[in-house]
Design a protein around this ligand. Sequence first.
Ligand code: GDP
Ligand code: GDP
Length: 437
Amino acid sequence: MGNLVAIVGRPNVGKSTLFNRLTKTRQAIVNEAAGTTRDRQYGKSEWLGREFSVVDTGGWVVNSDDIFEEEIRKQVLLAVEEADVILFVVDVMNGVTDLDMQVAAILRRAKSPVIMVANKTDNHELQYNAPEFYKLGLGDPYCVSAITGSGTGDLMDLIVSKFKKETSEILDDDIPRFAVVGRPNAGKSSIVNAFIGEDRNIVTEIAGTTRDSIYTRYNKFGFDFYLVDTAGIRKKSKVNEDLEYYSVIRSIRAIEGSDVCILMLDATRGIESQDLNIFSLIQKNQKGLVVVINKWDLVEDKSVKVQKTFEEAVRSRFAPFVDFPIIFASALTKQRILKVLEEARNVYENRTTKIPTARLNEEMLPLIEAYPPPSNKGKYIKIKYITQLPNTQVPSFVYFANLPQYVKEPYKRFLENKMREKWNLTGTPINIYIRQK
Ligand code: GDP
Ligand code: GDP
């Protein structure tokens, strides 16, 4: 399971600037695929071959000087619970403030490593201000300038050196990994219990090396998979669950550690921003998706018409990604619980689909011939050849063209939709790249 780095600190110390700096290279790639909101708070980074996620906890609240101290306290507590490494940002131009002292008091009790980042060290003179931060009791201040980038490479070295060995190394790669995600009270623990029940013999707990997360091997009814189990599912937290970003941060690990996410929605409530944020995380990580409309037992009118309305509502909120299974279930009565597992397994298989080059070209080229990309500046665009890339996380296809730069997003979407009609890619994202022939 990936490592999670949280950035904390009072407002205006440079958290979001540092976040941008640390996630810069990866962010562009990730956004291309998803194009969703909330990029400021969650990003991916890579250093020395280690991939990790970065969360700017400050990004979830209004960033002003009169921010509530209580709000900051909650963010810090959350980071302490969830992160593998905490970056505590302070400001060498301003020195130590009361709020810094309060944050430090919480962080001194954290089990995860804390790196105190003395930001805004734009020049050598400013380094002489840094020793003041020793009084926060968190070791050496680490001087960087998020704006100029100075010191950030060494900071990355330090961050990566604090990571633990990845859990995935001890797991069997051929067995699918499912994660159950969703906002508080959607029924995550209930469905996990419905899967596992009292029968502990069907599961083997595999202790994770990343803190507070485990994989459970499930083997029954012809299903064999790992359930990504996080502290967020197993035990209720000390942190107030009403916070909107809470369930989102809590979902990060489970999503990253999975192949397919089972997203739980509550049939008795509409789709809210929390659900959309979790969905957006699933998309950004290019994971498979199965949507469960849970608590279906509570819905009185279960007619086909009502089901259709539900389905359409869900798909329109998750558009343009609409090709995923939706199951009406009840974790309480166990209605359609096995169907959920069945669909998760189908999506896993779709995610590993390999389409032979010959078939791709036979099916797609005549279609492209009939509906070619619109010409641009009087130039005709010709797609000549298609192939699937080997060894990718999700099915990824390269379309070779004479003028790839003129093939726009709507046309790529057209190609994607046609591919989804021709092959079973339900529940999995796919990538379409247009390259120069
Ligand atoms: P946040 O509230 O902690 O997320 O802080 P921001 O990242 O929004 O930065 C607050 C202000 O500090 C902005 O005006 C930034 O441009 C500025 N800032 C951030 N990093 C640096 C730095 O390394 N040097 C200087 N001089 N200013 C910085
Ligand atoms: P979590 O916070 O997502 O893990 O949600 P829980 O599994 O703890 O469920 C929250 C509440 O919803 C509990 O009171 C459950 O008993 C209830 N619940 C969960 N699934 C269902 C369901 O399918 N039907 C009904 N009626 N209640 C459910």
